[in-house]
Design a protein around this ligand. Structure first.
Ligand code: SF4
Length: 383
């Protein structure tokens, strides 16, 4: 543990405070000793994507345009930013292109009048400190509301807790309220670019006051600390001072058993992060049923294919051509008999595929009562 003299912050920022919270040693190396930082690939990649999005939207605002964003222009800007950051790697390059294409599709039409600010600088007086920050984007929603957007290229989604207690978003809201005093409501959005998900939150007055009190306390801590211990964490491999960190070197050499000290928390957080993605998948799986039946089916899609369900269920559903399983490919040689109205007579595979819908009202009623859902029954029977 190293002891150093207290120092004075020129200003505070979210990244400063977050660095101190995550690992005091990293803070000392970066801000007090001002050692050369070596940002890893994720940081440089994130910076590249941010630069492209910033310029893409800024051009729309500067030209006073309204319409969809140009994919060609985005790729051009991406290539420039990629070169400036001296990035390499085909897979990473392709990932960036995919992120930009998804962003353009999700963004849809941009009206230059809706964008209030891009990379907006703010300076907030908090106690004896000044907090400096830059907001990626602020959009107008209506005469009483604005949306703060922060682009993220994280691999993992935030947990609900992380979104609702994010200090970064609390500071942005305080700044936005001072910059646009007419905004009574502020929507705070993390735009998760890799996932195509927007994680949205809001703050109460009480939460904002708590956040400012915390900033002041943490700011004082950064100046009065007498020790800056290393705190190994899940982001050590991305740390821009990992090469100057003895704790990380020890961990790599195997002197420490675990890189992450609190394994229970890591497992819990990982489980919670998976949840939003599961929810999205579930919604996507349900949608075909709603569309296919022409009405809301109300049933969840089975996780197992119908033909693999229990034997009693198989008996109830009747002969195999009623199953949803596709018929085997036809092995009959092409001939004049193997087409048109003769098809069903000569080819069992084609029979299953082209069997005309049964119009018997008795059988239809029986099927409905068995399955309880006519949309479901139609689909299972006639495919
Ligand atoms: S590698 Fe980890 S422990 Fe070392 S300075 Fe960076 S964040 Fe701290």
């Amino acid at each position: 543990m190293t002891t150093v003299a207290p120092f004075k912050n020129q200003h505070l920022s979210y990244s400063r405070l977050s660095r101190f919270e995550t690992c005091p040693l990293s803070y000392r190396l970066h801000y007090i000793e001002k050692q050369q930082a070596e940002p890893g690939l994720p940081l440089r990649f994130g910076k590249t994507i941010h630069a492209v999005l910033e310029r893409l939207i800024k051009e729309v605002v500067d030209d006073e345009r309204t319409g969809p964003l140009s994919e060609e222009r985005a790729i051009e800007l991406y290539r420039e930013a990629w070169g400036a950051e001296r990035l390499t790697g085909m897979d990473v390059f392709a990932e960036g292109l995919a992120i930009l294409r998804r962003f353009i599709a999700e963004q849809g039409v941009v009206d230059h009048r809706d964008v209030l600010a891009i990379e907006k600088e703010f300076r907030l007086p908090v106690g004896p400190f000044e907090v400096l920050g830059f907001i990626d984007r602020v959009d107008w929603i209506d005469d009483e509301a604005v949306e703060v957007i922060d682009y993220k290229t994280n691999h993992q989604l935030f947990t609900r807790d992380e979104v609702d207690t994010s200090l970064q978003m609390s500071l942005y809201e305080v700044a936005v309220r001072r910059l646009w005093p007419w905004a009574k409501k502020v929507k705070l959005t993390f735009w998760m670019l890799r996932h195509g998900v927007r994680q949205v939150t809001t703050r109460t007055e009480e939460q904002l006051a708590d956040a400012l009190a915390y900033v002041e306390t943490l700011g004082r801590q950064t100046e009065t600390a007498t020790a800056y211990p290393a705190r190994l964490n899940t982001n050590c491999s991305y740390c821009d001072h990992r090469k100057q960190c003895p704790a990380y070197a020890d961990a790599l050499k195997g002197k420490r058993e675990f890189i992450v000290e609190d394994l229970v928390a890591v497992v819990a957080v990982a489980a919670e992060r998976v949840e939003p993605a599961r929810g999205l998948r579930r919604r996507v799986r349900l949608r075909p049923w709603r569309l296919d039946g022409g009405r809301l089916c109300g049933r969840r899609l089975r996780s197992r294919p119908r033909h693999l369900a229990g034997s009693a269920a198989r008996r109830r559903r009747g002969p195999p051509h009623l199953l949803r399983r596709p018929p085997p490919p036809c092995s009959h040689p092409p001939s004049s008999l193997h087409s048109g109205q003769h098809r069903s007579r000569w080819c069992p595979a084609s029979t299953a595929r082209h069997r005309p819908p049964c119009r018997s009202p008795v059988r239809a009623a029986r099927r409905r009562s068995r399955n309880g859902c006519s949309a479901h029954t139609r689909r299972a029977t006639y495919r």
